[in-house]
Design a protein around this ligand. Structure first.
Ligand code: ATP
Ligand code: MG
Length: 300
């Protein structure tokens, strides 16, 4: 298991306040390498160093309560960038701003140097930013397979047609099945989505998002509520789909963060506390102070 010793330290460093949920064991399940359109993308490294998403002094207040506070952040093209922090730190609100679900109170958002501040979610999505794990992305009374086909259809077919007859969507089936295999849902293909357990619904949401073949994938706690075996599988899947894509990941499970993220931003009370690699962040005294009250990690 990679990062074994780091994860033990990570557990003692971050686990103490009870809000950090860590799962100690991975299953080495290898999801097939895929890009959602079936083609090879450019290696991620090719674009490294370029800020794909940038926020400048971004803030969001709710009735005077500042949930995101003056956040200036650069997400490099091709990176997996994790946003971590305790409950209520503003991680989901930051995602809501990046994906156009909420408008910032102040500050700017740039996508490939274009100012996209204030654009709504559909417009942001058309620019290649897809946010996963909104539970309403699932049609609960369609089958698991049809849910993925609807998503493929919305990407490829006439936008005005909600649901084409099964003969017309038959050609989408091989790709839909490929995505279900990738997230480990092939055996549940004919179940209604409503019948899936919580963790399996999240796997379906990932397949639905991947069907959109996003350039930038925002994942809000992709492993929350999952069984250990599913966590390992989804971690491998994220690593696989991240090749040639940019992934921004909000995650409480620090083993997943250590495994996946090249860069980590720690948010606390809406502000950036620390930024760096996993090793830099876990050793940072400000993080240690924030989560352990100082000193304890030195003995971990
Ligand atoms: N629509 C809203 N109206 C009022 N307050 C809100 C709203 N959305 C978020 N908040 C508040 O903003 C703060 C940040 O919330 P947010 O959901 O972004 O945190 P988070 O870091 O995602 O937390 P968690 O780890 O629990 O998911 C919280 O105090 C929350 O109560
Ligand atoms: Mg959240």
């Amino acid at each position: 298991m990679p990062h074994g010793s780091e994860n033990r330290l990570g557990r003692s460093l971050f686990g103490a306040n009870g809000t950090w949920v860590l799962i100690s064991c991975y299953h080495a399940l290898v999801a097939p390498s895929l890009s959602a359109n079936g083609s090879e993308r450019l290696p991620a490294e090719a674009a490294a160093g370029v800020a794909l998403i940038e926020t400048r002094r971004l803030s969001k207040s709710f009735a005077g309560y500042v949930a995101v506070d003056d956040v200036s952040l650069a997400i490099e093209a091709g990176a997996i960038h994790a946003i971590i922090g305790p409950n209520g730190a503003g991680k989901t609100t930051l995602f809501n701003l990046l994906s156009g679900f909420q408008r910032p109170t102040s500050g700017r958002i740039f996508l490939k140097d274009d100012d996209v501040t204030g654009l709504d979610a559909p417009r942001i999505a058309r620019r290649g930013v897809v946010r996963s794990f909104q539970i309403n992305s699932i049609f609960t009374h369609l089958s698991v397979l049809d849910n993925v086909k609807v998503s493929l259809q919305s990407k490829t077919e006439l936008p005005g047609r909600f649901w084409l007859p099964s003969t017309a969507t038959k050609r989408l089936e091989p790709r839909a099945l490929e995505l279900l295999v990738a997230v480990g849902l092939e055996n549940e293909r004919d179940l209604l989505a409503v019948q899936l357990a919580y963790g399996r619904k999240r796997a379906l949401e990932l397949a639905i998002s991947l069907a959109q073949d996003p350039e930038i994938l925002l994942l809000d706690e992709p492993t929350a509520g999952m069984a250990t075996a599913d966590v390992g599988r989804v971690t491998q899947l994220i690593a696989s789909v991240a090749r040639g894509r940019t992934v921004v990941l909000v995650e409480h499970n620090l083993e997943v963060v250590a495994e996946l993220a090249q860069r980590i931003t720690v948010l606390q009370r809406g502000k950036i506390l620390v930024e760096g690699t996993y090793d830099e962040v876990r050793r940072d005294q400000r993080v240690i102070d924030a989560y352990l009250g100082g000193g304890a990690a030195a003995h971990a």
